[in-house]
Ligand binder design. Sequence first.
Ligand code: NAD
Length: 324
Amino acid sequence: MNNATSRILNVGKRKVSIIGAGFVGASIAYALTMRDIAREIVLIDTNKQKAEGEALDIRHGIPSLGVVDLYAGDYSACIDSDLIIITAGRGRKPGESRLDLANENTKILKEVVSSIQKYYTHGVIIVVSNPVDVLTYKVSEWMQLFNGNVFGTGCILDTSRMIRKIAEYLGLSTGIINGYVIGEHGDRQIPVWSHVTVSGIPIAEYCQEMDIQWNDEIKKSIFDATKHMGADIISSKGRTHYGIATCVCYLADSILNQRPTIVSVSSPMPFSMDVPEYALSVPSLIGPGGVQQRVRDKWDKEEYGQFVVAREKMIEVIKSVNQA
Ligand code: NAD
């Protein structure tokens, strides 16, 4: 069966392969099951026993709460997968930055990708493993897919965290706050304050109207809390997995159920057609093909300057990973 035929035959099947059945992979499988987003989910891990245990545990909930076919499998399951989610690799220890994982997790993902390549037919690949921007670039390069079919969760989680902090500060629900974090999912993430709105009203105008204090100090304290949230959770419980699982679920729903959305994720899709970009998060239109387009919007000068710095750092890290 050629790629085109298999793609046609599998439309509507909503098959997802999750590589890595650790905390993140298992939480994603659980969230996808609870929300009935996929029809078939395969958990693939070098520790097959762990994958089998997680699959059985999730399957044995009340059947009417999720009718998905979920099982542990091997890489041959990637054939016909509409979505492949990569979560293999180790996580940060307290005190480590995400970039500290670069060399180790690049080696793991190289192995993962060569196994996927043997069976890949079509489908979007979402990279979750850290450092997600570096690994997204490398996976795109190894797969030779710079068209948005490969992308990383990037700053979607940082964006959710920032929105929650803003909502808490304003005493509002998160659904009416709009905004995003761009750049690296790490130390060089950038809050785009110039675009934050409350029900479509620029946040500074809203605060003025409601007599709520809004200044650089408040912005800094909201953003510091956002940026350190991952490390804070890791120092409390050793890892993070539920937050990212709900973000991946949202992305999977957009891809598998054709609900286009715009979120800040990481992809090396070029702004101009020929030269692949380094993978950093910008608002991106997500649909059945993954990142359909990176949205070119106008940040203010300082935000743009910080993005340039994040890009330079990314070039440096990719070079050092290539030499390792
Ligand atoms: P974990 O140690 O619980 O799980 C990792 C799993 O990968 C293990 O079960 C291991 O056996 C498996 N694995 C290792 N090599 C493999 C291979 N070659 N093929 C298949 N499976 C393999 O770790 P975790 O807490 O689930 O975290 C996984 C990754 O997700 C980490 O890199 C972590 O930093 C990252 N993460 C990313 C975000 C994000 O926002 N992008 C958030 C949280 C965690």
